[in-house]
Design a protein. Structure first.
Length: 120
Protein backbone atom coordinates (compact mmCIF):
# COMPACT_ATOMS: atom_id res chain seq x y z
CA UNK A 1 0.00 0.00 0.00
CA UNK A 2 2.87 2.37 0.76
CA UNK A 3 4.29 1.66 -2.69
CA UNK A 4 1.07 2.66 -4.41
CA UNK A 5 0.65 5.78 -2.28
CA UNK A 6 4.26 6.82 -2.92
CA UNK A 7 3.91 6.16 -6.64
CA UNK A 8 0.72 8.20 -7.00
CA UNK A 9 2.01 11.11 -4.93
CA UNK A 10 5.33 11.19 -6.80
CA UNK A 11 3.51 11.16 -10.15
CA UNK A 12 1.28 14.02 -9.02
CA UNK A 13 4.24 15.97 -7.67
CA UNK A 14 6.16 15.51 -10.90
CA UNK A 15 3.17 16.53 -13.01
CA UNK A 16 2.19 19.56 -10.94
CA UNK A 17 5.55 20.87 -9.76
CA UNK A 18 7.64 19.78 -12.74
CA UNK A 19 6.71 22.72 -14.97
CA UNK A 20 6.95 25.21 -12.09
CA UNK A 21 10.12 24.25 -10.21
CA UNK A 22 13.58 23.25 -11.37
CA UNK A 23 14.34 19.55 -11.04
CA UNK A 24 16.17 19.98 -7.74
CA UNK A 25 13.12 21.71 -6.20
CA UNK A 26 11.00 18.72 -7.17
CA UNK A 27 13.59 16.42 -5.63
CA UNK A 28 13.35 18.28 -2.33
CA UNK A 29 9.62 17.59 -2.28
CA UNK A 30 10.31 13.93 -3.08
CA UNK A 31 12.78 13.77 -0.21
CA UNK A 32 10.05 15.04 2.13
CA UNK A 33 7.73 12.41 0.65
CA UNK A 34 10.33 9.71 1.29
CA UNK A 35 10.75 10.85 4.88
CA UNK A 36 7.01 10.86 5.47
CA UNK A 37 6.34 7.41 3.95
CA UNK A 38 8.49 5.67 6.57
CA UNK A 39 8.78 2.51 4.52
CA UNK A 40 11.86 0.47 3.85
CA UNK A 41 14.36 1.82 1.35
CA UNK A 42 13.32 -0.51 -1.47
CA UNK A 43 9.69 0.60 -1.44
CA UNK A 44 10.50 4.29 -1.10
CA UNK A 45 13.14 4.22 -3.83
CA UNK A 46 11.11 2.36 -6.43
CA UNK A 47 7.82 4.13 -5.79
CA UNK A 48 9.33 7.56 -6.39
CA UNK A 49 11.68 6.34 -9.12
CA UNK A 50 8.94 4.72 -11.17
CA UNK A 51 6.65 7.71 -10.67
CA UNK A 52 9.14 10.34 -11.78
CA UNK A 53 10.59 8.13 -14.51
CA UNK A 54 7.13 7.49 -15.95
CA UNK A 55 6.29 11.19 -15.98
CA UNK A 56 9.64 12.11 -17.53
CA UNK A 57 9.02 9.52 -20.24
CA UNK A 58 5.32 9.96 -20.95
CA UNK A 59 4.97 13.76 -20.96
CA UNK A 60 7.64 14.39 -23.65
CA UNK A 61 6.46 11.34 -25.58
CA UNK A 62 2.86 12.57 -25.64
CA UNK A 63 3.95 16.10 -26.61
CA UNK A 64 6.18 14.69 -29.36
CA UNK A 65 3.40 12.49 -30.71
CA UNK A 66 0.81 15.27 -30.68
CA UNK A 67 2.98 17.94 -32.26
CA UNK A 68 4.92 15.83 -34.74
CA UNK A 69 7.87 18.12 -34.19
CA UNK A 70 11.29 17.15 -35.53
CA UNK A 71 12.94 18.78 -32.48
CA UNK A 72 13.65 15.52 -30.54
CA UNK A 73 15.32 14.04 -33.60
CA UNK A 74 17.41 17.19 -34.11
CA UNK A 75 18.42 17.25 -30.44
CA UNK A 76 19.40 13.61 -30.54
CA UNK A 77 21.63 14.33 -33.53
CA UNK A 78 23.27 17.17 -31.58
CA UNK A 79 24.08 14.68 -28.80
CA UNK A 80 25.35 12.14 -31.31
CA UNK A 81 22.45 9.71 -30.96
CA UNK A 82 20.70 8.08 -33.89
CA UNK A 83 17.13 8.12 -32.59
CA UNK A 84 15.03 10.72 -30.80
CA UNK A 85 13.28 8.03 -28.78
CA UNK A 86 16.63 7.06 -27.27
CA UNK A 87 16.96 10.61 -25.97
CA UNK A 88 13.54 10.27 -24.30
CA UNK A 89 14.62 6.98 -22.76
CA UNK A 90 17.78 8.55 -21.37
CA UNK A 91 15.81 11.41 -19.84
CA UNK A 92 13.39 8.89 -18.28
CA UNK A 93 16.35 6.97 -16.85
CA UNK A 94 17.76 10.16 -15.36
CA UNK A 95 14.35 10.98 -13.86
CA UNK A 96 14.13 7.43 -12.51
CA UNK A 97 17.51 7.66 -10.80
CA UNK A 98 17.28 11.13 -9.31
CA UNK A 99 13.67 10.64 -8.21
CA UNK A 100 14.46 7.37 -6.50
CA UNK A 101 17.66 8.53 -4.86
CA UNK A 102 16.08 11.73 -3.57
CA UNK A 103 13.20 9.82 -1.97
CA UNK A 104 15.66 7.29 -0.55
CA UNK A 105 17.79 10.12 0.85
CA UNK A 106 14.75 11.64 2.50
CA UNK A 107 13.73 8.29 3.92
CA UNK A 108 17.18 7.58 5.34
CA UNK A 109 17.41 11.09 6.77
CA UNK A 110 14.02 10.66 8.42
CA UNK A 111 15.10 7.33 9.91
CA UNK A 112 18.31 8.92 11.14
CA UNK A 113 16.37 11.56 13.05
CA UNK A 114 13.65 9.17 14.25
CA UNK A 115 15.87 6.34 15.45
CA UNK A 116 18.38 8.57 17.16
CA UNK A 117 18.54 8.13 20.90
CA UNK A 118 20.55 10.52 22.97
CA UNK A 119 22.62 9.04 25.77
CA UNK A 120 24.27 11.55 28.07
Amino acid sequence: MKFLIGFVISVLLALVLGPVLPYWGLMLFLAVLGASLRGNGFIVFFSAALGVGAVWLMVPLILWARSGSPLPQMLSEVFGLQNGALLLGISALIGFLIGGFSALSGSLFGKLLKDRQMYY
